[in-house]
Design a protein around this ligand. Structure first.
Ligand code: ZN
Length: 113
């Protein structure tokens, strides 16, 4: 992170306005100090990878859309964010499954007695 790229990360864009402000700054810096590297994939996440020529920071950008807030973060932090979402997703799935099992058990118990 440096003044040639960005001095802060965006774990998510809170509004379209915030993203527009970010994008205006990003547009000024792209090609000058930030260069496009690649399209990236990590777990279920798709993002665009950029490198700062000045400080060699690798940035991941995920554009927001209707249901997705997007992010602009350093690669290591973006990975952490995705891992956390991934874990939460799993917890949520297990949560649903255990409620389902409890319901089945309860129904069977009612039928037997
Ligand atoms: Zn930089």
């Amino acid at each position: 992170m440096c003044e040639k790229c960005f001095i802060r990360e965006y774990p998510k864009f809170n509004s379209t306005k915030e993203f527009e402000v970010f994008l205006a700054e990003f547009d000024k810096k792209i090609a000058k100090s930030i260069i496009f590297i690649n399209q990236g994939e990590y777990k279920a996440d798709n993002h665009t990878i950029y490198l700062c020529n000045n400080c060699q920071t690798i940035w991941w950008l995920s554009d927001p859309d209707n249901h997705w807030c997007g992010y602009f973060m350093i690669d290591t932090n973006a990975k952490k964010l995705i891992d956390k979402d991934d874990r939460n997703g799993k917890i949520h799935k297990y949560g649903c499954l255990s409620i389902f099992i409890i319901l089945i058990t309860f129904t069977l118990f009612r039928l037997i007695s």
